[in-house]
Ligand binder design. Structure first.
Ligand code: NAP
Length: 312
């Protein structure tokens, strides 16, 4: 029996574990990876107090701190959660394992959205990628396509400029939604060719990616681009359906929380990108994780809790 099971090993979950560990609560982080979305960030310049560094390095520091104060890691995917009659929670993993705890902090973040076109799944990791930061360097002197029209897609295209000889930036409309300054960089690039009003239809090849078929949505004409890689940068989605019967979600599936990370279900807290808290940033997730950890402590201690909300 744990005091708290934290679902998700990103900035929010690791920080929550640091706080509950320091309160000597029996803590485990249940996760499929350690580092979450921050892992995918090439260079973090806006995490105060630390020099600019790769997201992966920052996250290994988070992990070390959480472990130093006693947090365990359990690797796996939570399939469903039961709130038991005694008030405790039972977490059931997809591998059949079960764990029990007095409280839960859901900090499972978000995952890259997929296109759902033929060839995408088959060539994932063999030319198709959802992480330019991780995979750009594999495409030295190659031709690649980046799909999407937001900041992520434009940042990916700009990062790929360092490696690839040619980058097609394919967007389904004729206007980008990213920052103006980045749009200017894209338009001034000699290596990036924008392919607007176009949607990808199919990725194909023998063993690795060789072609991408795109369709112009205005003319319905199809074009076959010879590419070695396809980067899918079309935003993120939440996976919260496994708790939709337990806690209240908003219309886009985010967990509704109050200003103390409490959900609609007592004992069940949430923090970071998975919640309704705006601005999905590492620093904000870390702060929310800290709040969730302290709130769990208050919940478990009840009237005995020796911390007050405002520290008076
Ligand atoms: P986003 O802003 O939601 O943009 C997603 C893009 O993908 C949109 O252009 C969208 O097209 C397109 N798209 C969505 N589904 C598609 C589909 N099925 N097929 C083809 N295209 C599809 O997502 P994001 O770029 O990942 O950014 C997420 C958030 O993080 C944003 O708030 C962003 O500003 C922020 N961010 C900031 C930075 C930075 O400041 N440097 C870097 C990365 C991300 P439509 O435009 O037609 O909807």
């Amino acid at each position: 029996m744990y005091d708290v099971l934290i679902i998700g090993g990103g900035a929010a979950g690791l920080t929550a574990a640091l706080y509950t560990g320091r309160k000597k609560l029996k803590t485990a982080i249940l996760t499929i990876d350690v580092g979450g979305q921050t892992l995918l960030t090439d260079n973090i310049e806006n995490y105060p107090g630390v020099d600019p560094m790769q997201g992966a390095n920052l996250m290994s520091k988070f992990r070390e701190q959480a472990e130093k104060f006693g947090s365990e890691f359990i690797f796996g995917e939570v399939d469903h959660i039961i709130k038991k009659e005694d008030g405790n929670f039972q977490l059931n993993l997809s591998n059949g394992e079960t764990y029990e705890s007095k409280t839960v902090i859901l900090a499972s973040g978000k995952t890259a959205r997929k296109l759902g076109i033929p060839g995408e799944a088959k060539f994932m990791g063999r030319g198709v990628s959802t992480c330019a930061t991780c995979d750009a360097a594999f495409f030295n002197k190659k031709t690649v396509a980046v799909i999407g029209g937001g900041n992520s897609a434009m940042d990916a295209a700009i990062l790929l400029e360092k490696f690839a000889d040619k980058i097609y930036l394919i967007h389904r409309r004729d206007e980008f939604r990213g920052d103006e300054i980045t749009v200017d960089r894209i338009n001034n690039s000699k290596k990036i060719e924008t392919v607007l009003d176009s949607i990808p239809k199919e990725v194909s090849g023998e063993d690795i990616v060789e072609k991408l078929v795109v369709e112009n949505v205005k003319t319905n004409e199809e074009d076959e681009l010879k590419v070695d890689g396809v980067f899918i940068e079309i935003g993120y989605e939440l996976k919260t359906d496994f708790v939709e019967k337990l806690v209240e979600l908003n219309e886009i599936g985010e967990i509704k929380v109050d200003d103390r990370c409490r959900t609609s279900l007592p004992g069940f807290f949430a923090a970071g990108d998975v919640t309704t808290v705006p601005f999905k940033q590492t620093i904000i997730s870390a702060g929310e994780g800290a709040k969730a950890g302290l709130e769990v402590y208050r919940y478990i201690q009840g009237d005995k809790a020796n911390i007050s909300i405002d520290w008076k």
